[in-house]
Design a protein around this ligand. Structure first.
Ligand code: ATP
Length: 140
C-alpha cells in the first residue's frame, strides 16, 4: 500500500531515510531548516522545502496533516526535536517515528507520544555485536 511520508531533518540519518523511501517510489515531503540540505534533496524527494518544524503554522501550511507517516530526524537540537514531536502528536499524525540522541531523549519522546523511537547508533552497535558473535560461532 502506498503511503505519504515526510522526513524532517535531512542529516545523515534523515537523508538516508528520505533517499531510500524515494527510491522505493514513495511520495516524500523533505523538510529542513537549512537551504543547502533542502537543495540536495530537490531532485530526490517529491517535494523539498525549507521550513522550521518547530513552527506549527508552517507545518499546517505544508499539509502535514495529510501525511501518513512522519519521520523526525533532528538529533543535535533536542529542544527542536521535542517541540516538533509535540506539534505532530497534537495534529494527530497517524504515525510518528523520531530519532533519539540519548536514552534521556528517548524517554521524553516516548512520554510525549512518539509511536516509534529509534536510536540508530546504539541499535546498529547492538546488531553489529550480535552479528560478530554469531559469525564467530559459525566460524567455530
Ligand atoms: P546525523 O547524525 O543523522 O547527520 P544529527 O542528528 O547529528 O544527524 P542534526 O545536525 O542534529 O543531525 O540535524 C539534522 C538536520 O535537522 C539538519 O540538517 C538540520 O538543519 C535539521 N534541523 C535542525 N533543526 C531543525 C528545525 N527546527 N526544523 C527543520 N530542520 C531542522
Amino acid at each position: 500500500m502506498k503511503q505519504d511520508y515526510a522526513v524532517i531533518g535531512l542529516g545523515r540519518f534523515g537523508g538516508s531515510v528520505c533517499r531510500e523511501l524515494s527510491m522505493e517510489g514513495m511520495d516524500v515531503l523533505a523538510i529542513d531548516i537549512d537551504e543547502e540540505k533542502v537543495n540536495e534533496f530537490k531532485n530526490i524527494a517529491s517535494y523539498a522545502v525549507i521550513a522550521d518544524s518547530t513552527d506549527e503554522a508552517t507545518l499546517k501550511e505544508l499539509g502535514i496533516k495529510n501525511i501518513d507517516h512522519v519521520i523526525v530526524s533532528i538529533g543535535d537540537n533536542i529542544q527542536a526535536s521535542i517541540l516538533t514531536t509535540v506539534i505532530l502528536t497534537d495534529l494527530e499524525i497517524k504515525k510518528i517515528t523520531v530519532k533519539a540522541q540519548s536514552d534521556y531523549h528517548e524517554k521524553i519522546l516516548n512520554k510525549i507520544g512518539a509511536d516509534q523511537v529509534v536510536h540508530p547508533e546504539r541499535d546498529m552497535g547492538k546488531r553489529i555485536a550480535h552479528s560478530v558473535i554469531s559469525n564467530n560461532i559459525l566460524d567455530y
